[in-house]
Design a protein around this ligand. Structure first.
Ligand code: ADP
Ligand code: MG
Length: 216
């Protein structure tokens, strides 16, 4: 599903990602761990084509993402990659179902169909009863489930998550990790997830540990 070859990223004279290669097959849940400043977020941004490496390649579903024009790359991200961040970045004026429908609208789906698909995805993440609530009316764990539904709604090849449970209490964090595993089992969804929580990392299929910009 994902192949990264010898990724290098420098910020001025600091080499933040130092020759990382990685392969992730479909349906695998990979966690990325390591100390703060190890380059985990930078690596995830490269893998998700949110940022460009100084050298190296990323292939997702066979597409060499950095050879695409900026416009095609944005369209590729919308269709093939779902992102979940530590802070949910939901739109406060939109209801849960509208927030989840946004990537579908961007992809050109009609309003009614997008809302139906968004509602179905909220059902899958266990929020079928909270479709019309605004983010401020939801708990932290529920807000993060909405963000996960939004990441999944376009049926992406891969979901990339940067400390998705870093802002949640331990019970909600465990529930989100269990949801990822359930989504993998049900939809064969592929995940790459950065986490600081060793117990939660141990629930995933593989742990990639980073230090000083390298996989160790
Ligand atoms: N935009 C940037 N400009 C300059 N340095 C950066 C930038 N983003 C990250 N860094 C530096 O790169 C290193 C790795 O950061 P990051 O990938 O966020 O690490 P992690 O997610 O593992 O904590 C840190 O030393 C950080 O200060
Ligand atoms: Mg980080």
């Amino acid at each position: 599903m994902l192949v990264a070859e010898n990724l290098i990223k420098n910020y001025t004279d600091l080499r933040v990602v130092n020759g990382v290669s990685l392969q992730v097959p479909r349906g695998e849940i990979v966690s990325v761990t390591g100390p703060s400043g190890a380059g985990k977020s930078t690596l995830l941004h490269l893998l998700g084509a949110l940022d460009k490496p100084d050298s190296g390649r990323v292939l997702i579903d066979g597409t060499d993402v950095f050879t695409l024009s900026a416009r095609r790359q944005a369209a590729f991200r919308n269709k093939h990659i779902g992102f979940v961040f530590q802070f949910h970045h939901l739109l406060p004026e939109f209801s849960a179902v509208e927030n989840v429908a946004v990537p579908l609208w961007i992809a050109g789906q009609g309003r009614k169909q997008a809302l139906d698909n968004a509602a179905a995805m909220l059902q899958i993440v266990g929020l079928g009863q909270r479709l019309d609530n605004k983010p401020s009316e939801l708990s932290g764990g529920e807000q993060q489930r909405v963000a996960i539904a939004r990441a999944l709604v376009n049926k992406p090849s891969i979901v990339m998550a940067d400390e998705p449970t870093g802002n949640l209490d331990s019970a909600n964090a465990k529930a989100i990790h269990e949801l990822f595993i359930e989504l993998r089992n049900r939809l064969n969804q592929t995940f790459i997830m950065i986490t600081h929580n060793d117990e939660l990392a141990a629930m995933t299929d593989r742990i990639v540990m980073m230090k000083d910009g390298k996989v160790v």
